[in-house]
Design a protein around this ligand. Structure first.
Ligand code: AMP
Length: 426
């Protein structure tokens, strides 16, 4: 995995193993935090933690390019906990803004784990709850909370009521910033930031660094340090495979894969299209594989219930859109099947990254039809390796040949030059 830290002038990218060798005690964190880290079973700091924590402890603004699964949450929570561990008042010290409710809940849980031996309070605010939730949240916000984790919409609704006091805020974290901008939260983020003190530490975590992220950083940060963990390669523990298939071979191929891996307890099938989720679930159920669909069409309660079921292994097969490919941390997913080739090459890395997290092993099979071969070739360019092909079982008939169709760029309509009418000259 490549790591870049360009916050000092002469630093160059260098290679480190996925998990670096630095001990947490070398980072200068308090004993109570080290004890909680031990309790969580973290042995050594991950590269993003090793890179980010010293900058955050130093008080600098920071842009960190890292995807989920790299330990990025603890990379910002640990130094923040270190800094607020002696805090005595109940004012809001840290605001963490995130794109989805699932991520808000997950970060809140990680805060609870890492602050086990500290008296630090946290609250997760996200949309979709009941009126009672709202009243509880208002009560907690009025009382005060050390760390607030929130999705933008819900936070703005509370801010509008006038009882959220950010006057003592010291840290702002934007997590999965690229996803928030993709989801259209840019104005909401600026609106929230307008409520915060100008004197604060701002940390931005993002899986990718498109220009719009840099522009946002310029507006809201002061001379940020930058650390980057290249996302262009899935973790080393993932066995990646491609199966070339015609569309009508996809479901039979999946059922073949599922049958062959009876011992797998946790499988995600990704598709780019929401409408296809239920088609796949239906087809798999007809073939005797109980599966469940997960997409943004579901209500929050249903989504939470599915995640709980999947985490606890009650649900073996989940069919999901890319909503699931980012942010959600579920350990030991045995296999990811890409029903279709992700449109964006980086989504491939995210999807495949659901398996083999934190140094475990996993398998990822991508079904590629004739139309998706070029996309697959682009993914292979991004990850800098050719994914081995697996044959289809004989009873499925011949697979399509690997042929790269010419690029489907937008052709400009050919415009004929209009001949001047004779009268035009007059
Ligand atoms: P994240 O990238 O924040 O989604 O974290 C992915 C998973 O790695 C979470 O389950 C964390 O609890 C776990 N994790 C974070 N830091 C470490 C570490 N230093 N060692 C082992 N696991 C870790």
């Amino acid at each position: 995995m490549q790591i870049h830290d360009n916050s000092s002038a002469n630093s160059k990218p260098f290679n480190l193993p996925t998990f670096a060798s630095m001990r947490f005690s070398e980072l200068g964190l308090t004993d109570a935090i080290l004890e909680a880290i031990d309790h969580m079973g973290f042995e050594k700091a991950t590269p993003i933690q090793e890179m980010a924590i010293p900058h955050i402890l130093e008080g600098r603004d920071l842009i960190a390019c890292a995807q989920t699964g790299t330990g990025k949450t603890a990379a910002f929570i640990l130094p923040i906990l270190h800094k607020i561990s002696g805090k005595e008042d109940t004012s809001i010290n840290t605001l963490i803004v995130v794109p989805t409710r699932e991520l808000a809940m997950q970060i809140d849980q990680e805060i609870q784990g890492l602050s086990y031996f500290l008296s630090v309070s946290s609250l997760a605010l996200y949309g979709g709850g009941s009126g009672r939730d709202w009243d509880d949240q208002r009560a907690q916000l009025t009382e005060g909370v050390d760390i607030l984790v929130a999705t933008p919409g819900k936070l703005i609704s509370h801010i509008a009521q006038g009882y959220v006091d950010f006057s003592q805020l010291k840290h702002l974290v934007l997590d999965e910033a690229d996803k928030m901008l993709d989801m259209g939260f840019s104005d909401d983020i600026l609106r929230i930031i307008a409520e915060l003190p100008k004197q604060r530490q701002t940390l931005m975590f993002s899986a990718t660094m498109p220009n719009k992220i840099r522009e946002l950083a310029k507006r809201i940060m002061v001379e940020p340090a930058e650390v980057a963990l290249s996302i262009s390669k899935p973790a080393a523990g993932v066995t990646q495979r491609v199966a070339l298939t015609y569309d009508n071979q996809k479901i039979p191929m999946i059922t073949h894969l599922l049958k062959e891996r009876e011992d797998y307890t946790s499988i995600i099938i990704f598709t780019s299209s929401k409408s296809r989720v239920s088609e796949i679930v239906h087809a798999l159920r007809k073939s005797g594989f109980k599966s469940y669909g997960f997409s943004s069409n579901l209500e929050q309660d249903q989504r939470e219930e599915l995640i709980r079921g999947f985490r606890s292994r009650r649900i073996r097969i989940l069919v999901a859109t890319d909503v699931m490919s980012r942010g959600i941390d579920i350990k030991e997913i045995n296999m990811v099947i890409n029903f279709d080739t992700p449109f964006d090459a980086e989504d491939y890395v995210h999807r495949v990254g659901r398996t083999a997290r934190a140094n475990t092993k996993g398998e990822a099979v991508t079904l590629v039809n004739e139309k998706d071969m070029r996309k697959m070739a682009e993914i292979e360019r991004l990850i800098e390796s050719e994914v081995p092909r697996i044959p289809l079982p004989e009873e499925l008939g011949p697979a399509p040949e690997w042929v790269l169709a010419p690029k489907q760029g937008k052709k400009r309509p050919f415009k004929k030059k209009r001949k001047p009418f004779r009268n035009d000259a007059k």
